[in-house]
Design a binder for this molecule. Structure first.
Ligand SMILES: NC(=O)c1ccc[n+]([C@@H]2O[C@H](COP(=O)([O-])OP(=O)(O)OC[C@H]3O[C@@H](n4cnc5c(N)ncnc54)[C@H](OP(=O)(O)O)[C@@H]3O)[C@@H](O)[C@H]2O)c1
Length: 252
């Protein structure tokens, strides 16, 4: 049975990926949904009567979750035709002013878990499969006050470009989506709400449209997908302008 694995499926953009996956990839019959809040995943599963849904309540900051996932993969040998690495977090706060565990949590989830899961799942992916990595506009230029977050997302975009070349011969495509701010739990979890002028002024992306556009971009085999014209333009500017100037403008 063709299987999709979606991390961070319990809220925000991840929920939208789950809701819309069948519109663009109707042939996938089994979903493995991953997040800590299993009750939320079970609610999602109840809304997908045509699919076989497995709810995996895993904390991806805990390396034991990798052991559990590897064991499940090895035991069940699924045919994974879609992997969506969506789980992520971003905390506002300069280095030295926020708890160390908060800064390292972004590395554990956005980098380590994404890398570990991708490495574990690729051997189960046949030709024609897709990987989607959720990056951010934060990957285009370092964002002071969110330096760790923007660095993790620079990794995600870079990882995507490298991996897509590695997997070209296997016929597996890899797409990074780079959305601007979205009104999801991310903003409250990251203590951004009410604390960032930048987030208060930037145009927002709608997660429903971001998910739809990303799934289409993955189907088309695109490597980097940036929703909204404003952010496509920002990506170009960030590429050509001196980084020392950009970093002053990109302060969160
Ligand atoms: N919202 C924005 O402004 C924005 C902008 C650009 C990019 N992004 C990216 O978009 C992605 C989705 O974020 P979102 O905006 O949809 O935020 P969100 O609503 O907070 O969703 C984050 C998801 O990640 C899961 N998650 C968090 N910590 C986890 C852990 N330790 N183990 C397993 N799962 C965990 C959460 O589930 P549980 O809490 O149930 O574990 C949730 O399902 C992230 O990669 C984020 O960096 C967001």
């Amino acid at each position: 049975m063709k299987t999709a694995i979606i991390t961070g499926a319990s809220s925000g953009l991840g929920r939208e990926f789950v809701r819309q996956l069948a519109d663009v990839f109707p042939g996938i019959d089994c979903y493995w949904l991953i997040a800590r809040r299993r009750d939320r995943l079970e609610e999602m599963a109840a809304g997908l009567p045509d699919k076989t849904v497995e709810c995996l309540g895993l904390d991806l900051c805990d390396t034991m979750s990798f052991v559990a996932l590897q064991e499940k993969l090895t035991a069940e040998q699924p045919e994974v035709t879609m992997l969506i690495n969506n789980a992520g977090c971003g905390y506002l706060g300069s280095l030295g002013q926020v708890e160390t565990s908060t800064q390292t949590r972004m590395i554990d989830l956005n980098l380590r878990a994404l890398t570990a899961i991708t490495n574990m799942v690729i051997p189960f992916m046949p030709e024609g499969s897709r990987i989607i990595n959720v990056s951010s506009i934060a990957s285009f230029c370092p964002n002071p006050r969110m330096t760790v977050y923007s660095s993790t997302k620079a990794y995600v975009s870079s990882f995507t470009v490298g991996l897509s070349e590695e997997l070209r011969d296997k016929g597996i495509t890899v797409t990074a989506v780079c959305p601007g701010p979205m009104k999801t739990e991310f903003l409250d979890v990251g203590r951004i709400t009410g604390n960032s002028k930048m987030f208060a002024t930037l145009p927002y992306c709608d997660q429903v449209r971001v998910a739809a556009g990303t799934l289409r971009a993955a189907k088309a085999g695109r490597t980097i997908y940036t929703p909204r014209l404003f952010y496509k333009f920002y990506r170009v500017v960030a590429k050509v302008a001196p980084v020392k100037l950009m970093v002053k403008l990109a302060k969160t």
